[in-house]
Write a protein that binds this ligand. Structure first.
Ligand code: IPM
Ligand code: MN
Length: 376
């Protein structure tokens, strides 16, 4: 029996509640398919700051580094008034993980479940046929903020003779662009063979370099049809004609914004999983970090109402990309669709005629559908 080690970082807010459901699903998979998953749970974010004084401890980082995958819940944030003078920010846990493990490719699949087309704020006839995946660059760009300010990549508020001046740096090396663009072309080749590279080349130098790299890498993938698209136009087409997209590759901040927008096609941000993949190979895949794209939602934390689907589908991506368990990943994805088809919905995707269930109950229905699907 193959043995796999997973570090679990439930994090803050609704993170622990949705992660618990994803873990139940993983344990059910282990049971049904005969796998041995060793799980280590650790703190990250606000809870780690409170207990350990840091957003993520060295011990936890080293444990993650020795695992096949990291399952992540959600990270909280400090109120803006406290952020300014803070020495430690909860988001640093995520940034540290993304940077130290070079998770440069963040996969965010957007595949509206047929039964939910009417729950989307976008008209069902526009949602129909949408099935796309974002490859968001995750290791560079404008991110990393004031606690990570360096002379070649300043990010700070300066006091000058003209008053306060704020500066952030959008910096990309050719190599940073190339590795994520290559990953995106490789993914496009396994899908419908279409890639959209999104940038703001009419304004930004980093986008001009981005386009050059895309054109060079495209020459190695004659089977993939590709286009450049400006980010503002992309934001429009995601609502006007989402079915035109297959793979979208873009830089860090554009990807952050566009994926929240695209999540609305599926009806709720609670539905979207993600995989952050780096460079280290595991015995059967790539070491990665898996998390729903939603935040810690402190306003609904502890109420058993958060949607666990994004977390459960993140566990499916973990099975596929880090453990090489494709059949198991597909079984989990089918189980989610079945639970929804049976009419079970958390409140964020509630429609007339469907049953409102809590986080735990939704998880139970997914686990039941998984077991039932395995029996058939
Ligand atoms: C995400 C989140 C993070 C990001 C936050 C928590 C820093 O919004 O993963 O999309 O902006 O990358
Ligand atoms: Mn985001």
């Amino acid at each position: 029996m193959a043995q796999h080690t997973i570090t679990v970082l439930p994090g803050d807010g609704v993170g622990p509640e949705v992660t618990e459901q994803a873990l139940d699903v993983l344990l059910t998979v282990a049971d049904l398919f005969g796998h041995d998953f060793t799980l280590h749970s650790r703190l990250a974010g606000l809870t780690a700051i409170a207990a350990e004084g840091v957003a993520i401890s060295e011990e936890t980082m080293s444990l993650c580094g020795k695992s096949d995958a990291v399952l992540f819940g959600a990270i909280g944030s400090l109120p803006p008034s406290e952020r300014r003078d803070a020495r430690v920010l909860p988001e640093q846990a995520l940034f540290r993980l993304r940077k130290d493990f070079q998770f440069f490719a963040n996969l965010r699949p957007i595949r509206p479940v047929p039964g939910l087309h009417h729950a989307s704020p976008v008209k069902p006839e526009y949602v129909a046929g949408a099935d796309l995946i974002f490859v968001r660059e995750l290791s560079a760009g404008l991110y990393y903020g004031h606690l990570d300010s360096t002379p070649d990549k300043p990010s700070e508020i300066r006091t000058t003779e003209h008053g306060l001046v704020a500066i952030d740096t959008l910096r990309y090396t050719e190599q940073e662009i190339e590795r994520v663009v290559r990953a995106a072309f490789d993914i496009a080749a396994t899908r419908r063979g279409t890639l959209t590279s999104v940038d703001k080349a009419n304004v930004l130098s980093s986008s001009i370099l981005w386009r050059r790299v895309v054109e060079r890498v495209a020459a190695d993938h004659p089977g993939v049809t590709w286009e450049h698209m400006l980010v503002d136009a992309c934001a429009m087409y995601l609502l006007r004609d989402p079915a035109r997209f297959d793979v979208i590759v873009t830089e860090n901040l554009f990807g952050d914004i566009l994926t929240d927008e695209a999540a609305m096609l599926t009806s709720s941000i609670g539905m979207i999983p993600s995989a952050s993949l780096g460079v280290r190979r595991t015995s059967a895949g790539i070491f990665g970090l898996y998390e729903p794209i939603h935040g810690s939602a402190p306003d609904i934390a502890g109420q058993d109402v958060a949607n666990p689907v994004g977390a459960v589908l993140s566990a499916a991506l973990l099975l596929r990309h880090s453990l090489g368990l494709t059949r198991e990943a597909e079984a989990v994805e089918r189980a989610v669709e079945e639970a929804i088809a049976e009419g079970y919905r958390t409140v964020d995707v509630q429609e007339p005629g469907t049953k409102a269930v809590g986080t735990r109950e939704m998880g139970k229905h997914i686990v039941a559908a998984l077991a039932e699907g395995h029996r058939r």
